[in-house]
Design a protein around this ligand. Sequence first.
Ligand SMILES: CC(=O)[C@@H](O)[C@H](O)COP(=O)(O)O
Ligand SMILES: NCC(=O)COP(=O)(O)O
Length: 247
Amino acid sequence: MTLLSVNLNKIAVLRNSRGGDEPSIATAANTCIDAGCGGLTVHPRPDMRHVTPADVRTLAGLLRGRVEYNIEGNPFAAARGAYPGLIELCREVKPTQVTLVPDGDGQITSDHGFDLTKDIETLKPVVAAFREIGCRVSVFVDAGAQGFADALAIGVQRIELYTGPYAKAFHDGDARAELAAFADTARRAQQAGLAVNAGHDLSQANLGTFKSAIPGLAEVSIGHALIGEALYQGLSSTVRSYLRILA
Ligand SMILES: CC(=O)[C@@H](O)[C@H](O)COP(=O)(O)O
Ligand SMILES: NCC(=O)COP(=O)(O)O
């Protein structure tokens, strides 16, 4: 079974465009949970244009073990202003999983993963800190990534495949080469002892093909397309459509 974790960043973007509380991230979270999602994902960023530390805390209070809580972010991002930093946030709210993503501070969205062959020593103390907090640790990587045995050795438990290039190839009409590369990467990670998540630009159109190509896919986190589709289909109904694709 592949767990669907709904990324609520886009609810916060809409709310932040006016200030105030609408649309409510708590109502969106409850709607997704009631519709049957297995988890919620947030990706707070230092510039706080998406979910804020306050949202991260609100969701932690609301979830309380009902579904998994996945917090994404760059553990090395500058902790300035009101952004406390990823380790501090996770220490406070103790999510089920933290997903480490090497985004720059001002990036519009994520566009690449860590290079485990080069970043392993830098990641080592950070991974240890998250494991001590009690979070499952996943690391965002590109198709073709190497270094999985070393990642396992420092305490990494999962990888998340950055699926942006797959989504683009699917949209452009031929994703066969990307699917083969993702399937090979997933297989090597699983053989090394890591579980495999995936996310970025997955949608109702491209998810089924991706899932079929990746046996044992543990989790997908989906936000941008899902929240967009919910404008036409409704949030509950959209979550249930994704669950049918993953069944
Ligand atoms: C790691 C990843 O692919 C997602 O977090 C993605 O970046 C969505 O975040 P935004 O909604 O902030 O673009
Ligand atoms: N980890 C990927 C994620 O949380 C959602 O990405 P997207 O669906 O908003 O592109």
